[in-house]
Unconditional design. Structure first.
Length: 354
Protein backbone atom coordinates (compact mmCIF):
# COMPACT_ATOMS: atom_id res chain seq x y z
CA UNK A 1 0.00 0.00 0.00
CA UNK A 2 1.35 3.46 -0.81
CA UNK A 3 2.58 5.42 2.19
CA UNK A 4 0.50 8.39 0.99
CA UNK A 5 -2.80 6.67 1.76
CA UNK A 6 -1.48 5.05 4.92
CA UNK A 7 -0.58 8.51 6.23
CA UNK A 8 -4.02 9.89 5.39
CA UNK A 9 -5.85 10.39 8.72
CA UNK A 10 -9.19 9.87 7.01
CA UNK A 11 -8.04 6.50 5.73
CA UNK A 12 -6.99 5.51 9.24
CA UNK A 13 -10.30 6.77 10.61
CA UNK A 14 -12.19 4.66 8.07
CA UNK A 15 -10.27 1.56 9.13
CA UNK A 16 -11.17 2.30 12.75
CA UNK A 17 -14.84 2.80 11.88
CA UNK A 18 -14.79 -0.39 9.78
CA UNK A 19 -13.31 -2.42 12.63
CA UNK A 20 -15.86 -1.05 15.11
CA UNK A 21 -18.82 -1.80 12.83
CA UNK A 22 -17.41 -5.23 12.02
CA UNK A 23 -17.03 -6.08 15.70
CA UNK A 24 -20.70 -5.37 16.43
CA UNK A 25 -22.98 -8.24 15.35
CA UNK A 26 -25.91 -5.82 15.30
CA UNK A 27 -24.17 -3.75 12.60
CA UNK A 28 -22.62 -6.30 10.27
CA UNK A 29 -21.64 -9.94 10.29
CA UNK A 30 -18.67 -11.93 9.04
CA UNK A 31 -17.58 -10.89 5.54
CA UNK A 32 -20.72 -8.80 5.05
CA UNK A 33 -20.68 -5.05 4.62
CA UNK A 34 -17.98 -2.90 3.07
CA UNK A 35 -16.48 0.56 3.30
CA UNK A 36 -14.69 2.84 0.85
CA UNK A 37 -12.93 6.17 0.58
CA UNK A 38 -12.34 8.13 -2.61
CA UNK A 39 -9.10 10.02 -3.12
CA UNK A 40 -8.85 11.86 -6.49
CA UNK A 41 -9.06 9.17 -9.20
CA UNK A 42 -8.82 6.25 -6.82
CA UNK A 43 -11.43 4.58 -4.60
CA UNK A 44 -10.04 2.36 -1.84
CA UNK A 45 -12.55 -0.37 -1.06
CA UNK A 46 -12.69 -3.45 1.12
CA UNK A 47 -11.59 -6.71 -0.48
CA UNK A 48 -14.27 -9.30 -1.23
CA UNK A 49 -14.46 -11.94 1.49
CA UNK A 50 -12.55 -9.82 4.03
CA UNK A 51 -14.14 -9.12 7.41
CA UNK A 52 -14.62 -5.48 8.43
CA UNK A 53 -13.81 -6.61 11.97
CA UNK A 54 -10.22 -7.28 10.78
CA UNK A 55 -9.74 -3.82 9.27
CA UNK A 56 -7.03 -2.82 11.77
CA UNK A 57 -5.40 -6.25 11.79
CA UNK A 58 -4.77 -6.92 8.11
CA UNK A 59 -4.55 -5.07 4.84
CA UNK A 60 -7.89 -5.27 3.07
CA UNK A 61 -8.40 -2.05 1.15
CA UNK A 62 -7.92 -2.27 -2.62
CA UNK A 63 -7.41 0.77 -4.89
CA UNK A 64 -9.76 0.89 -7.85
CA UNK A 65 -9.45 3.49 -10.62
CA UNK A 66 -12.71 5.42 -10.59
CA UNK A 67 -12.91 7.10 -14.03
CA UNK A 68 -12.60 3.88 -16.08
CA UNK A 69 -14.86 1.98 -13.67
CA UNK A 70 -17.56 4.64 -13.88
CA UNK A 71 -17.20 4.77 -17.67
CA UNK A 72 -17.63 0.98 -17.81
CA UNK A 73 -20.72 1.17 -15.60
CA UNK A 74 -22.25 3.84 -17.84
CA UNK A 75 -21.45 1.88 -21.01
CA UNK A 76 -22.84 -1.42 -19.72
CA UNK A 77 -19.36 -2.97 -19.91
CA UNK A 78 -19.59 -6.36 -18.11
CA UNK A 79 -16.13 -5.80 -16.58
CA UNK A 80 -17.79 -3.33 -14.20
CA UNK A 81 -19.39 -6.32 -12.44
CA UNK A 82 -16.28 -7.61 -10.68
CA UNK A 83 -14.27 -4.38 -11.17
CA UNK A 84 -11.13 -6.55 -11.13
CA UNK A 85 -10.04 -4.96 -14.43
CA UNK A 86 -10.02 -1.55 -12.78
CA UNK A 87 -7.78 -2.29 -9.81
CA UNK A 88 -4.87 0.17 -9.82
CA UNK A 89 -2.19 -1.76 -11.76
CA UNK A 90 0.51 -0.52 -9.39
CA UNK A 91 -1.22 -2.38 -6.55
CA UNK A 92 -0.01 -5.88 -5.97
CA UNK A 93 -1.95 -8.19 -3.69
CA UNK A 94 -2.37 -11.53 -5.43
CA UNK A 95 -5.66 -13.26 -4.85
CA UNK A 96 -7.56 -10.25 -3.55
CA UNK A 97 -10.54 -8.86 -5.40
CA UNK A 98 -12.43 -5.67 -4.72
CA UNK A 99 -15.79 -6.06 -2.97
CA UNK A 100 -18.83 -7.39 -4.84
CA UNK A 101 -20.35 -3.98 -4.10
CA UNK A 102 -17.55 -1.91 -5.72
CA UNK A 103 -19.88 -0.53 -8.39
CA UNK A 104 -22.37 0.50 -5.70
CA UNK A 105 -19.71 2.55 -3.92
CA UNK A 106 -18.57 4.06 -7.23
CA UNK A 107 -22.14 5.14 -8.01
CA UNK A 108 -22.14 7.47 -5.03
CA UNK A 109 -20.39 10.85 -5.26
CA UNK A 110 -19.39 11.22 -1.60
CA UNK A 111 -15.83 10.58 -0.43
CA UNK A 112 -16.81 8.05 2.22
CA UNK A 113 -19.33 5.24 1.78
CA UNK A 114 -20.29 2.73 4.47
CA UNK A 115 -22.45 -0.29 3.69
CA UNK A 116 -23.56 -2.52 6.56
CA UNK A 117 -26.02 -5.31 7.24
CA UNK A 118 -27.48 -3.67 10.34
CA UNK A 119 -30.04 -6.08 11.82
CA UNK A 120 -32.43 -3.28 12.72
CA UNK A 121 -32.28 -1.90 9.18
CA UNK A 122 -32.86 -5.35 7.69
CA UNK A 123 -35.85 -5.93 10.00
CA UNK A 124 -37.47 -2.84 8.47
CA UNK A 125 -36.15 -3.37 4.94
CA UNK A 126 -37.89 -6.75 4.58
CA UNK A 127 -41.30 -5.25 5.28
CA UNK A 128 -43.75 -4.82 2.43
CA UNK A 129 -44.44 -1.37 3.91
CA UNK A 130 -40.72 -0.61 4.36
CA UNK A 131 -40.80 2.92 2.92
CA UNK A 132 -43.57 4.07 5.26
CA UNK A 133 -41.96 2.32 8.23
CA UNK A 134 -38.63 4.02 7.49
CA UNK A 135 -40.17 7.44 6.89
CA UNK A 136 -41.86 7.26 10.27
CA UNK A 137 -38.50 6.64 11.92
CA UNK A 138 -36.30 9.13 10.04
CA UNK A 139 -37.99 12.44 10.82
CA UNK A 140 -34.65 14.29 10.81
CA UNK A 141 -34.03 13.50 7.16
CA UNK A 142 -35.96 14.88 4.20
CA UNK A 143 -37.26 12.64 1.44
CA UNK A 144 -34.47 12.48 -1.13
CA UNK A 145 -31.81 12.71 1.57
CA UNK A 146 -32.77 9.11 2.18
CA UNK A 147 -34.06 6.72 -0.47
CA UNK A 148 -35.37 3.17 -0.48
CA UNK A 149 -34.29 0.76 -3.17
CA UNK A 150 -36.37 -2.42 -3.51
CA UNK A 151 -34.35 -5.64 -3.60
CA UNK A 152 -32.24 -6.42 -6.62
CA UNK A 153 -29.17 -8.64 -6.84
CA UNK A 154 -26.20 -6.99 -5.11
CA UNK A 155 -23.42 -5.59 -7.29
CA UNK A 156 -23.95 -3.97 -10.67
CA UNK A 157 -27.77 -4.35 -10.83
CA UNK A 158 -27.99 -2.70 -7.41
CA UNK A 159 -25.63 0.09 -8.47
CA UNK A 160 -27.89 0.84 -11.45
CA UNK A 161 -31.05 0.88 -9.33
CA UNK A 162 -29.41 3.23 -6.84
CA UNK A 163 -28.17 5.46 -9.66
CA UNK A 164 -31.73 5.85 -10.99
CA UNK A 165 -32.99 7.07 -7.60
CA UNK A 166 -30.14 9.26 -6.35
CA UNK A 167 -30.94 12.88 -5.74
CA UNK A 168 -28.19 15.48 -5.33
CA UNK A 169 -28.60 15.21 -1.58
CA UNK A 170 -28.95 11.45 -0.97
CA UNK A 171 -26.81 10.24 1.91
CA UNK A 172 -28.83 7.38 3.38
CA UNK A 173 -29.96 4.42 1.28
CA UNK A 174 -32.03 1.60 2.69
CA UNK A 175 -31.72 -1.50 0.54
CA UNK A 176 -34.83 -3.65 0.48
CA UNK A 177 -34.15 -7.14 1.94
CA UNK A 178 -30.49 -6.26 2.29
CA UNK A 179 -29.15 -3.43 4.50
CA UNK A 180 -27.98 0.13 4.80
CA UNK A 181 -25.69 2.50 2.91
CA UNK A 182 -24.58 5.80 4.39
CA UNK A 183 -22.39 8.35 2.60
CA UNK A 184 -20.57 11.46 3.76
CA UNK A 185 -17.70 13.72 2.83
CA UNK A 186 -15.77 12.74 5.94
CA UNK A 187 -15.49 9.58 8.01
CA UNK A 188 -16.82 11.46 11.03
CA UNK A 189 -19.91 12.59 9.10
CA UNK A 190 -20.57 9.05 7.85
CA UNK A 191 -20.01 7.56 11.31
CA UNK A 192 -22.37 10.07 12.89
CA UNK A 193 -25.05 9.32 10.32
CA UNK A 194 -24.67 5.54 10.76
CA UNK A 195 -25.16 6.03 14.50
CA UNK A 196 -28.21 8.27 14.06
CA UNK A 197 -29.92 6.00 11.54
CA UNK A 198 -29.27 2.82 13.50
CA UNK A 199 -30.57 4.46 16.64
CA UNK A 200 -33.68 5.63 14.81
CA UNK A 201 -34.28 2.09 13.52
CA UNK A 202 -33.60 0.41 16.86
CA UNK A 203 -36.34 -1.89 18.08
CA UNK A 204 -36.46 -4.18 21.07
CA UNK A 205 -35.85 -7.81 20.34
CA UNK A 206 -38.65 -10.18 21.31
CA UNK A 207 -38.14 -12.28 24.42
CA UNK A 208 -37.21 -15.89 23.77
CA UNK A 209 -36.95 -19.06 25.84
CA UNK A 210 -33.32 -19.96 26.58
CA UNK A 211 -32.04 -23.15 24.97
CA UNK A 212 -30.96 -26.17 27.00
CA UNK A 213 -27.35 -26.28 25.81
CA UNK A 214 -26.51 -29.58 27.50
CA UNK A 215 -29.48 -31.29 25.89
CA UNK A 216 -28.57 -29.79 22.51
CA UNK A 217 -24.98 -30.97 22.83
CA UNK A 218 -26.25 -34.54 23.35
CA UNK A 219 -28.49 -34.27 20.29
CA UNK A 220 -25.55 -33.52 17.98
CA UNK A 221 -22.84 -35.61 19.66
CA UNK A 222 -20.87 -37.69 17.19
CA UNK A 223 -22.85 -36.50 14.17
CA UNK A 224 -22.31 -34.21 11.19
CA UNK A 225 -23.46 -31.15 13.07
CA UNK A 226 -22.13 -29.05 15.94
CA UNK A 227 -23.60 -26.33 18.10
CA UNK A 228 -23.07 -22.70 17.05
CA UNK A 229 -20.35 -20.80 18.89
CA UNK A 230 -22.83 -18.11 19.90
CA UNK A 231 -25.83 -19.42 21.88
CA UNK A 232 -27.81 -16.37 20.71
CA UNK A 233 -28.36 -18.23 17.43
CA UNK A 234 -30.63 -20.80 19.09
CA UNK A 235 -33.56 -18.49 19.68
CA UNK A 236 -34.65 -18.77 16.05
CA UNK A 237 -35.76 -22.26 17.12
CA UNK A 238 -36.86 -21.66 20.72
CA UNK A 239 -38.97 -18.55 20.01
CA UNK A 240 -42.13 -19.53 18.08
CA UNK A 241 -42.50 -15.95 16.81
CA UNK A 242 -39.02 -15.90 15.27
CA UNK A 243 -39.48 -19.38 13.87
CA UNK A 244 -42.72 -18.30 12.20
CA UNK A 245 -40.86 -15.41 10.52
CA UNK A 246 -38.01 -17.65 9.37
CA UNK A 247 -40.44 -20.19 7.93
CA UNK A 248 -41.78 -17.53 5.58
CA UNK A 249 -38.60 -17.62 3.47
CA UNK A 250 -35.18 -16.08 2.85
CA UNK A 251 -35.00 -12.52 4.10
CA UNK A 252 -31.63 -11.20 2.77
CA UNK A 253 -28.75 -12.29 0.50
CA UNK A 254 -26.05 -13.33 3.00
CA UNK A 255 -28.51 -15.73 4.60
CA UNK A 256 -28.86 -17.52 1.27
CA UNK A 257 -25.13 -17.37 0.50
CA UNK A 258 -24.02 -18.84 3.83
CA UNK A 259 -27.02 -20.81 5.16
CA UNK A 260 -28.83 -21.70 1.95
CA UNK A 261 -32.38 -20.72 0.96
CA UNK A 262 -34.92 -20.57 3.79
CA UNK A 263 -34.40 -22.84 6.76
CA UNK A 264 -34.09 -26.60 7.00
CA UNK A 265 -35.86 -28.14 9.97
CA UNK A 266 -34.56 -31.30 11.54
CA UNK A 267 -36.17 -33.80 13.86
CA UNK A 268 -35.08 -35.68 16.95
CA UNK A 269 -34.88 -39.40 16.20
CA UNK A 270 -33.65 -41.80 18.91
CA UNK A 271 -32.21 -38.87 20.84
CA UNK A 272 -30.23 -37.56 17.89
CA UNK A 273 -30.74 -34.51 15.65
CA UNK A 274 -31.51 -35.67 12.15
CA UNK A 275 -31.75 -33.77 8.89
CA UNK A 276 -34.75 -34.46 6.64
CA UNK A 277 -34.06 -37.67 4.70
CA UNK A 278 -34.84 -36.09 1.32
CA UNK A 279 -31.85 -33.71 1.38
CA UNK A 280 -29.19 -34.58 -1.19
CA UNK A 281 -26.49 -32.92 0.95
CA UNK A 282 -26.14 -31.64 4.48
CA UNK A 283 -27.88 -28.36 5.16
CA UNK A 284 -25.53 -25.63 6.45
CA UNK A 285 -27.88 -25.08 9.40
CA UNK A 286 -30.40 -27.42 10.96
CA UNK A 287 -33.23 -25.81 12.90
CA UNK A 288 -34.65 -28.01 15.66
CA UNK A 289 -37.97 -26.39 16.58
CA UNK A 290 -38.27 -25.73 20.29
CA UNK A 291 -34.65 -26.82 20.90
CA UNK A 292 -32.06 -24.77 19.03
CA UNK A 293 -29.94 -24.89 15.90
CA UNK A 294 -26.98 -26.95 14.74
CA UNK A 295 -24.39 -26.10 12.10
CA UNK A 296 -22.43 -28.41 9.81
CA UNK A 297 -19.09 -29.29 11.35
CA UNK A 298 -17.37 -28.37 8.07
CA UNK A 299 -19.21 -25.08 7.70
CA UNK A 300 -17.20 -22.17 6.30
CA UNK A 301 -16.10 -19.26 8.43
CA UNK A 302 -19.02 -16.85 8.78
CA UNK A 303 -21.72 -19.51 9.21
CA UNK A 304 -21.94 -18.89 12.96
CA UNK A 305 -22.37 -15.16 12.45
CA UNK A 306 -25.11 -15.68 9.85
CA UNK A 307 -26.96 -18.07 12.16
CA UNK A 308 -27.01 -15.45 14.90
CA UNK A 309 -27.99 -12.73 12.41
CA UNK A 310 -31.14 -14.61 11.45
CA UNK A 311 -32.19 -14.85 15.11
CA UNK A 312 -31.41 -11.15 15.64
CA UNK A 313 -33.31 -9.97 12.54
CA UNK A 314 -36.33 -12.21 13.07
CA UNK A 315 -36.55 -11.07 16.70
CA UNK A 316 -37.24 -7.54 15.49
CA UNK A 317 -39.97 -8.42 12.99
CA UNK A 318 -43.49 -8.57 14.40
CA UNK A 319 -45.04 -11.93 13.61
CA UNK A 320 -47.93 -10.34 11.72
CA UNK A 321 -45.81 -7.82 9.79
CA UNK A 322 -46.25 -7.92 6.03
CA UNK A 323 -42.86 -9.05 4.75
CA UNK A 324 -41.20 -9.66 1.41
CA UNK A 325 -39.04 -12.75 0.99
CA UNK A 326 -36.60 -13.51 -1.81
CA UNK A 327 -38.10 -15.45 -4.69
CA UNK A 328 -36.68 -18.85 -5.73
CA UNK A 329 -35.15 -17.14 -8.78
CA UNK A 330 -33.49 -14.52 -6.57
CA UNK A 331 -32.17 -17.27 -4.28
CA UNK A 332 -30.78 -19.19 -7.26
CA UNK A 333 -28.97 -16.19 -8.72
CA UNK A 334 -27.17 -15.73 -5.38
CA UNK A 335 -26.21 -19.38 -4.97
CA UNK A 336 -24.97 -19.65 -8.55
CA UNK A 337 -23.16 -16.30 -8.66
CA UNK A 338 -19.46 -16.73 -9.37
CA UNK A 339 -18.58 -13.64 -7.32
CA UNK A 340 -20.31 -15.10 -4.28
CA UNK A 341 -18.63 -18.46 -4.77
CA UNK A 342 -15.32 -16.56 -4.66
CA UNK A 343 -16.36 -14.72 -1.48
CA UNK A 344 -17.38 -18.00 0.16
CA UNK A 345 -14.09 -19.59 -0.89
CA UNK A 346 -12.21 -16.81 0.94
CA UNK A 347 -14.01 -18.02 4.07
CA UNK A 348 -13.74 -21.76 3.45
CA UNK A 349 -12.03 -22.53 6.71
CA UNK A 350 -13.67 -24.89 9.11
CA UNK A 351 -13.85 -23.38 12.56
CA UNK A 352 -13.15 -26.78 14.04
CA UNK A 353 -15.39 -25.82 16.93
CA UNK A 354 -17.73 -28.32 18.39
ZN1 LIG B 1 -24.52 -5.98 1.36
Amino acid sequence: MSSEIRDDPEFRALLELSAALGADPARTQAAGGNTSIKRARVMWIKASGAWLADALRREMMIPVLLPPLRAAMAAGDPRAESAVAFVDPSYNAPGLRPSIETSVHAALPQAVVVHIHCVETIALAVRADAEAAIAARLPGLQSGEWIFVPYVKPGLPLAHEIGKRLTGKTRVIVLGNHGLIVAGETVAAAADLVGRVCQAFAAPSSAAPAPDLDALARLVEGGDYRLPNDPAAHVIATDPRRLAVARRGSLYPDHVVFLGPGIVEGAIVHGRAQAPPDLDRLAPMLVLPGQGVALRRDSPKGTDEMARCLADVAGRIPEDAPIVTLTPAQERELVDWEAEKYRRSRNAVSTGAS
